[in-house]
Design a protein around this ligand. Structure first.
Ligand code: RP5
Length: 164
């Protein structure tokens, strides 16, 4: 087994519909990861234990998704220097704008890299983690470049009904 490189955490199992898009990308690139619920306000002691152990456990990035008063990414970042990639999960009442503002507005000194609300943000957080890991892994960089080439080809092959 390869050592786990990326930790994926979320505040609730209700975040999975969004966060599965991060996990799918990590699986696609063959990244060793773990995924679990770590709630900032329901499991604060577990959250701190997770964050405090992250560097020693060899995690290279933490993808943290949360919705509403989404303090999970920021609080994890407060307890580790492992890069934290925050994913705002769409909330029921404010559609994730609350989550986005909670995650993106970190005061100076403790950064959280913040991605788009929802599925695209989850997928892009994972792609960003892949890019971080690719700095030290030429084979992974080649996979990432191939992924980009595939996207380019797919976009070039797009057709519009008006041209059919
Ligand atoms: C946050 O509260 C979670 O990240 C989730 O997005 C939101 C709602 O959680 P549940 O009430 O669905 O468990 O902590």
């Amino acid at each position: 087994m390869n050592p786990i490189q990326v930790g994926v955490v979320m505040g609730s199992s209700s975040d999975w519909d969004t966060m599965q898009h991060a996990v799918a990308i990590l699986q696609q690139f063959g990244i060793a990861f773990e995924a679990q619920v770590v709630s900032a306000h329901r499991m604060p002691d577990d959250m701190f234990r997770f964050a405090e152990a992250a560097a020693d456990r060899g995690l290279k990035a933490i993808i943290a998704g949360a919705g509403g008063a989404a303090h999970l990414p920021g609080m994890i970042a407060a307890k580790t220097t492992v890069p934290v990639l925050g994913v705002p999960v769409a909330s029921r009442h404010l559609q994730g704008v609350d989550s986005l503002h909670s995650i993106v507005q970190m005061p100076k000194g403790v950064p959280v890299a913040t991605f788009a609300i929802g599925n695209a943000g989850a997928a892009n957080a994972a792609l960003f983690a892949v890019a971080l890991l690719a700095n030290e892994d030429p084979a992974l960089r080649a996979k990432l470049e191939a992924f980009r080439v595939e996207q380019t080809e797919a976009a070039r092959n797009m057709t519009l009904p008006v041209n059919a």
